[in-house]
Design a protein around this ligand. Structure first.
Ligand SMILES: [Zn+2]
Length: 400
């Protein structure tokens, strides 16, 4: 078993934090049931769908990050209540005071395979309002900040968790909050090849595939480590993208406690054109959730009886980039990531005017970048910029 350099704080409910004493004398007396005490933090301009006004300064019972640098993890169980106003199940907001030396904040709202939503605020400013619109609300939805170099992350964070079931949610919920702080930038990205059922790939080939990502992302304080391959018995037949894929990731719970990101090698998806699938941008850092890990289909990459390791490696590196928090440098319709040093393929590059910025049209720009939206066997997409690596180094999945 490898040591995992994580500081794990388990907080069953708000109010379990050590009491550091009243912030002001007025908090020592009984407070009115109907009126907030005068020291109540100021409200922000945000009201959740069930009418809860967010605070812009953390309340005295907020979670507090303390101790030396590292990754502090808060694991907060949720109690769901059906809200007719939201037409969703909601849980009470969670506040965490993130210190000035913090380098990233990652939030997962998890209710098994149930799709979830959340609003996330920092110092009362809305950073994420409802995961729908950014990506279709998924199970184990995860979001991380900073999204661009030098975006600040210290301050009072608030998370409003919800689920998207059309009936009252019965699956237990939780929010995982990861705060990197101190000088904990960079470290090891442990990647665990997980060979599923009869996927036609050997341990050595799986390691060779992940070595491509190792070559892309090992730089400037980040080291990608390939763990020994593991095996998982899941199910016969193709994996469907929006059901099996979630259950597959939940089926592997890191038995050797590597703290690593699993790459599941399967035979195929039910959609034959899909080869690689990340859990999210980023995926949930904790193993065993519906978005923990990358899935790679092996059979579509077999060419003339031989597995095209280079191509599968390139695709897997791209998906690991998503899993670690990287967006596409350019989207098909022209959107871009928020990083300054990634080239942008401009609308004028759309030579055939079909409304898509295709790889062959963007070769002079970001086509060769690992995170361009489209790939091809003929193009080497090995470029990773300093800003992309800056984001990766702050991923909650990187072990200090
Ligand atoms: Zn992608």
């Amino acid at each position: 078993m490898k040591p995992v350099a994580l500081l794990l704080l388990v907080c069953g409910c708000k109010g379990q934090e050590p009491d550091t004493g009243p912030a002001s004398p007025t908090e020592t007396g009984p407070s009115s049931e109907t009126e907030p005490p005068e020291t109540e933090p100021p409200p922000s301009g945000f009201t959740s769908c069930d009418g809860v006004v967010a605070l812009s300064v953390c309340p005295s019972d907020a979670l507090v990050v303390d101790g030396a640098g590292g990754v502090t993890i808060f694991d907060v169980p949720l109690t769901w209540t059906w809200s007719p106003a939201c037409f969703q199940s909601v849980a009470a907001p969670i506040y965490v005071q993130v210190p000035p030396d913090a380098t990233s904040v990652t939030v997962t709202t998890d209710a098994g395979v149930s799709p979830v939503d959340m609003d996330v605020l920092r110092d009362g400013a809305v950073l994420l309002e409802n995961t729908e619109g950014t990506y279709v609300a998924t199970p184990a939805a995860t979001a991380a900040w900073p999204k661009s170099v030098d975006e600040p992350v210290s301050g009072c964070w608030a998370v409003f968790p919800r689920t998207n079931s059309l009936e009252p949610e019965t699956t237990p919920g939780r929010v995982d909050l990861y705060v990197r702080h101190g000088d904990a930038v960079g470290g090891s990205v442990r990647v665990v090849p997980v060979l599923v059922d009869d996927a036609p790939i050997t341990d050595e080939q799986a390691a060779a595939v992940i070595a491509t990502a190792q070559a892309r992302f090992t730089r400037g304080g980040v080291t990608v480590v390939v763990e020994p391959a593991e095996r998982l018995t899941f199910q016969p037949g193709p994996v469907d993208l929006f059901g099996d894929a979630y259950r597959l990731r939940m089926a592997w719970t890191d038995p050797n406690a590597t703290g690593g990101i699993p790459v599941f090698f399967i035979e195929s998806f039910d959609a034959s054109s899909i080869i690689g699938l990340a859990g999210g941008i980023p995926g949930a850092p904790r193993p065993g959730t519906a978005t923990s890990g990358v899935i790679a289909a092996v059979a579509p990459i077999v060419d003339g009886g031989d597995l095209d390791l280079a191509r599968l490696g390139m695709l897997t590196a791209h998906e690991l980039g998503h899993q670690l928090g990287l967006y596409h440098t350019t989207e098909a319709a022209g959107g871009h990531d928020t990083l300054d040093d990634t080239p942008e393929c401009p609308p004028s590059a759309d030579a055939d005017e079909n409304g898509e910025l295709q790889l062959d049209e963007c070769l002079k720009f970001d086509g060769p970048n690992v995170m361009f939206w489209q790939s091809s066997a003929e193009v080497d997409q090995s470029v990773v910029t300093d800003d992309q690596l800056w984001i990766v180094a702050r991923s909650a999945a990187v072990q200090p």
